[in-house]
Write a protein that binds this ligand. Structure first.
Ligand SMILES: Cc1cc2nc3c(=O)[nH]c(=O)nc-3n(C[C@H](O)[C@H](O)[C@H](O)COP(=O)(O)OP(=O)(O)OC[C@H]3O[C@@H](n4cnc5c(N)ncnc54)[C@H](O)[C@@H]3O)c2cc1C
Length: 404
């Protein structure tokens, strides 16, 4: 006799998305998050709803996932997203061939991309640098991570799930080689299956079950400044590098980001000493190259997050895969646990669907995924922000927008 059908460990976008999906398929789900929802990487991300254009040349599969999920979120995610657009701008130092290659890669992948002259681009964004040579426009957007996790959690709850915040998993119990539940809050909770959606901490949670899943956490710093106000997301059109994205919020922009491999996801903010100050300066300089008003702008906040990248594949840092991986415990000799790593905030729903498919396969449940069709409870921004106040405690990515 179990206490719940499925335990989900981790209340970031991937975990709440998985809880929602499984609950919608009729399973009894209990989610455990050690802090507030989104307090891991999700609420500390850049908040770019990717069109896929950023990954179109280096990772076409990831780019295809992004445009698919971008379209779905525009339909279902209400006030958790801002369906603006995005410009890829070419500056004098940027290789014109790269512009052509990225533009045609977008078109090959079905990502709508419209080329703009320098003057057309400046008409769209008057604050844009004078020396922008040309641009193209894609359906990038803005995602408000705390609103997204709160909406997913509320939907999961309406379908019967239990969401337990501020409750870390202390241990995973294994009996006869099978994961049978978790220890949390001094109690044992038994389940038919455990999903490890602990993001950059997935290796630590897997280790509690005696599994070895190597993570490659990489840290990124973001700087939010007041003004300039720009409608679209601004991306520098060059191979991905530090400081080449500016995400617009109501009263400013979020500049980022860096990509520095770290030993552990809980590395303190200033573990790299002066480098943090250097990273902030670099973000401001790179941002000002695209939007000169950034140089005079007041800093509203500086924050950082750690990417939950899988360490067992090829590449590190910016070269590590931004795709996602689903590890079914049985493949590693530990039935009863499924672990998910990698991915993007933009693709959280697709990741959750893949995990839920795997879990349902294990449990013999034959119910289709409905998360792409059923809208999230996110139509009313005030009601949504009340849910953020209930579920979330730490969300620097969108604390300026959310009225929690
Ligand atoms: C700097 C940076 C910028 C980014 N920008 C973007 C972007 O603009 N667009 C985009 O699409 N993606 C972006 N990403 C990627 C995206 O943010 C992540 O891939 C995504 O948010 C990860 O979500 P997750 O649910 O897998 O992990 P998390 O959000 O980290 O969730 C895992 C949760 O598990 C919890 N946890 C850990 N251990 C335990 C335990 N023992 N018990 C209970 N809970 C536990 C943690 O507290 C955490 O909340 C960015 C990432 C970084 C680092």
């Amino acid at each position: 006799m179990t206490d719940t059908d499925v335990i989900v460990v981790g209340g970031g976008a991937t975990g709440v998305g998985t809880a929602r999906d499984l609950a919608m398929r009729g399973l009894d789900v209990t989610l455990f998050e050690r802090g507030g929802l989104g307090s891991g990487t999700t609420g500390r991300s850049h908040g770019l709803l990717h069109s896929g254009a950023r990954y179109a040349t280096a990772d076409p599969e990831g780019a295809a996932h992004c445009i698919q999920e971008n379209r779905i979120l525009r339909d279902i995610a209400g006030a958790a997203i801002e369906a603006s657009s995005g410009l890829f701008v070419q500056l004098p130092d940027d290789d014109p061939d790269h512009f052509e290659t990225r533009l045609s890669a977008c078109r090959d992948l079905g990502i709508p991309a419209t080329e703009l002259s320098a003057s057309e681009a400046r008409e769209r964004v008057p604050d844009l640098a004078e020396d922008v040579q040309r641009a193209f426009e894609v359906p990038d957007g803005v995602v408000y991570p705390s609103r997204l996790v709160a909406a997913n959690a509320e939907s999961a709850r309406r379908h019967g799930a239990t969401i337990r915040t501020e409750t870390p998993i202390e241990d995973v119990r294994v009996d006869g080689g099978q994961v049978v539940g978790v220890e949390a809050d001094g109690e044992f909770v038994a389940a038919d299956h455990v999903v490890n959606a602990a993001g950059a901490w997935a290796g630590e949670v897997a280790a509690l079950a005696g599994l070895d899943i190597e993570m490659a956490p990489t840290k990124g710093v973001m700087v939010a400044v007041d003004g300039p106000t720009v409608a679209p997301v601004i991306n520098r059109c060059r191979p991905p590098a530090d400081g080449d994205i500016a995400v617009p919020h109501e009263e400013g922009v979020v500049l980022g980001t860096t990509s520095t491999p770290v030993e552990a996801p809980d590395a303190p903010p200033n573990d790299d000493g002066d480098e943090s100050a250097e990273a902030v300066e670099a973000m401001l300089q790179e941002g000002a190259a695209m939007l000169p008003a950034v140089a005079e702008a007041d800093i509203d906040r500086v924050y950082w997050g750690v990417r939950p990248l899988y360490g067992g594949g090829e590449g590190r840092g910016r070269d590590a895969s931004r795709g996602f991986q689903v590890f079914e415990g049985a493949d590693d000799g530990r039935p009863g646990m499924t672990t998910v790593t990698g991915g993007k905030l933009t693709t959280y729903r697709l990741m959750a669907e893949a995990v839920a498919d795997a879990v349902c396969g294990r449990l013999g449940i034959d119910e289709p995924c409905r998360t792409a069709e059923e809208p999230l409870p996110a139509g009313d921004p005030d009601a949504l922000d009340e849910l953020v106040a209930e579920f979330c405690t730490d969300f620097p990515a969108d604390e300026d927008v959310v009225r929690a």
